[in-house]
Every structure is written in C-alpha cells, then in structure tokens.
Write a protein that binds this ligand. Structure first.
Ligand SMILES: Nc1ncnc2c1ncn2[C@@H]1O[C@H](COP(=O)(O)OP(=O)(O)OP(=O)(O)O)[C@@H](O)[C@H]1O
Length: 352
C-alpha cells in the first residue's frame, strides 16, 4: 500500500468545482511536483492534504490512516509557503523551535534538534538573527527548517521559491531536493514553473482545470506528453499539421515529404492529423539518427548562446529546431533552403 493516497478527491467552492475526481498514490520518500497554470487547483489539493480545506468528496489516507477526522495540527505535516511566514518577533532559533515547544518537547531536546536543523540548512551561525536581518533565500531556508523540526511525516511546499531571484531559486531548489533525499521525507511541491518541476521531482502531476492531465516522471512528461495541454505547457513544442496518406500504415505527408508514423492515425486518407515535435528533435547535421528529411526555407534564426533556434517553413507549417552552437559552423540565415533531419519516432500524434 502506498504511503499517501488521494482517492476520488473533489472540491467545490459554492457552485464552482475546482478539483475533479483526483486520484494519486504517492510512495514513501517520493518528491512529487504539482505543476500547472494559475487557478488549476494545485494549492487547493495541497491545502486538503494539510487539512486547511475539507474535500467535498473522496478520501485522503496517510500511512494507513484516513485523515478526514484529523485537524491540521493532528496530521503531523510540515508546510512552507510562498511568502516568508516566519514569526517576525522571534529570532531564527525560536522560529525553528516553535513547533517543538508547542508539542511540549523537553528543552535539551529542542536545543539539539534546532541545532541539527540549522546545520542542515547551513545557517548554524545565524540562530540569533531576526527575519528582517536575513535575505529572502535565508528566510525560506529557516521556514524549511521550522517545518522539518518536528519530524513531520509529509512535507508540503507551496511555491516556496516564487518570491526569490532567479539565481537563488535554482540553488535553493537543489538544496531542497538534497535535504529531502537525505531525510527521505515524502514531499509535495506546488509550482507553476516547469523547469523547477522537471529538475527536482521523482514524478510530476500536470494539472489542467482541476484535473490531472498526466502523472509521470519528468522524462515521461517531457518526452511522452499525454495531452496537447501537457505537450504545450511543458517545454517548447512544434505543432505540425500533416495530411494522412494511408491510415493503415500510418503514412502521412508534411510539405512534400511522405513518412510513416510510429503511432496509429485515427483520421481517414486525406484528413489532417496534428503532430507534436520538440525543437531539439530536428537537426541539419549528418550522423544523427533520422529516417526522414523535411525541406523548407529558413524564416528566422536566433543565436541564444549555447543553442541556435531556427524556424523554417515546411508546406505552410513553421517548424522550430535547435542546434548546438559550433564555433566552426555558421548558423543558417533567413532565406536559406535547408534539409532538416528528423526521426519519425520523435513525431507524436496528438489525440485530443
Ligand atoms: N476559498 C475559496 N473560495 C472560493 N474559490 C476559491 C477558494 N480557494 C480557491 N478558490 C478557487 O479555486 C480555483 C483553484 O485555486 P488554487 O489556489 O487551488 O489554484 P492554483 O493552481 O494553486 O493557482 P495559483 O498558482 O494561482 O495559486 C481558483 O479558481 C480559485 O479562485
């Protein structure tokens, strides 16, 4: 049995249903990200796990115990929010000690545990500081230490990095992941930043209008998106319209090139199918695994440093592709006729 299970979870606010039939089984020690645009219901699910909201239907079970009759403070859950929710009138030590004091932990044990936590977040020397004397990143590390101090069974992180500068965000997300793995604590992380979710999670839940469109590893979500929404929300994507030649064999035409898809095609001969392709799946270079060449004209080419993103027109479709910068090779220029090598296995048929 999984450590945390959400079964048929529903949530309505008045007449508006914001979570529809959400199901998920989370294993002990897993790091799960809920990824989706604003308003898709991520925070509402997190708040139901924490006990701040009551589901309209369904059940939440943690470590074999149904949570419905438990108040938030009886669930043994640690939480970190977007805004630094530290107590401004308490120093770092007292902030981290707070949950332990409330639980009546003996003083000597509190001192030991707080020290352990401050060492874990590399702020052992700042116990006497007050929140206003610290940077945003330091404050969020203290918030993390405070959440972890009482040894919660689950850690919930609600956009904890979104108020921070880009550089700090990257280093702190890595630190959060390291700490999570070190402690082996089951964690749910809410974010609308796809790079954040892909980079630190065991599995990602892509939410769309109150439903999970897909639950999978970062690799699966990126390479095998289940829906058009997932495909376009996560990463950059080409949407290519192809004309079906023979549905039985999966033959389609893009521009003047006929190719055989790996996926099945639902449309009849002469009908259209939408295909998805990542920009990194195409290449002008020889030697890369490919079974198809698309011919077209370059309509734009942008030098982005490590990669060059080029757009070409193929029979009315604009297709972007990325090439790694090679100082010995001049990038394509607008108007060039180019031959883009692709592998038909990298073209996904979008079913929805
Ligand atoms: N207490 C409430 N009363 C009424 N509607 C609410 C309440 N809380 C949330 N909602 C609505 O439920 C929907 C989902 O909100 P939720 O905060 O879960 O989204 P989210 O995906 O976390 O978005 P964000 O990233 O903006 O926080 C939204 O339409 C929101 O307006």
């Amino acid at each position: 049995m999984s450590f945390l299970t959400l079964t048929n979870i529903q949530k309505s606010f008045g007449p508006v249903q914001v979570v529809h039939d959400f199901n998920m089984a989370i294993e002990k020690g897993e790091f799960i990200s809920f990824l989706g645009p604003s308003g898709c219901g991520k925070t509402t699910i997190l708040r139901m796990v924490a006990g701040f909201e009551t589901p309209t239907g369904g059940s939440i079970v943690i470590n074999g115990r149904d949570q419905s009759s438990l108040k938030p403070n009886q669930r043994n859950i640690g939480m970190v929010f977007q805004a630094y929710a530290l107590f401004p009138n308490m120093n770092v030590f007292d902030n981290v000690a707070f949950g332990l004091k409330v639980a009546g932990t003996p003083k000597a044990e509190i001192e030991k545990r707080v020290k352990e936590m401050l060492d874990l977040i590399h702020l052992g020397h700042l116990g006497e500081r007050y929140p206003y004397q610290m940077s945003g990143g330091q404050q969020q590390r203290v918030a993390l230490a405070r959440a972890l101090a009482p040894k919660p069974q689950v850690l919930l992180l609600d956009e904890p990095l979104s108020a921070l500068d880009a550089k700090i965000r990257v280093s702190l997300r890595e630190e959060i992941r390291q700490i999570q793995q070190k402690l082996g604590i089951t964690t749910i992380f809410v974010t609308h930043d796809q790079e954040e979710a892909l980079s630190i999670s065991d599995r990602v839940v892509v939410m769309n209008a109150g439903r999970a469109d897909q639950i999978g590893t970062p690799f699966e979500i990126y390479n095998k998106p289940a829906t058009r929404f997932v495909a376009s929300f996560v990463g950059t994507l080409n949407l290519i319209e192809a004309t079906v030649v023979d549905p039985a064999t999966g033959s389609v035409r893009i521009g003047d090139t006929e190719l055989k898809l790996r996926d099945t095609v639902a449309a009849a001969a002469g009908g259209k199918v939408q295909l998805a392709m990542r920009p990194e799946a195409g290449s002008l270079a020889e030697g890369r695994k490919s079974d198809t060449t698309l011919h077209g004209q370059v309509v734009s080419s942008h030098f982005l440093g490590s990669v060059i993103r080029t757009r070409m027109n193929v029979g009315g479709n604009t297709i972007s592709f990325d090439m790694f910068n090679d100082p010995g090779v001049s990038p394509p220029v607008v108007g060039d006729t180019v031959a883009l090598k692709i592998d038909s296995g990298d073209l996904l048929v979008l079913q929805d």
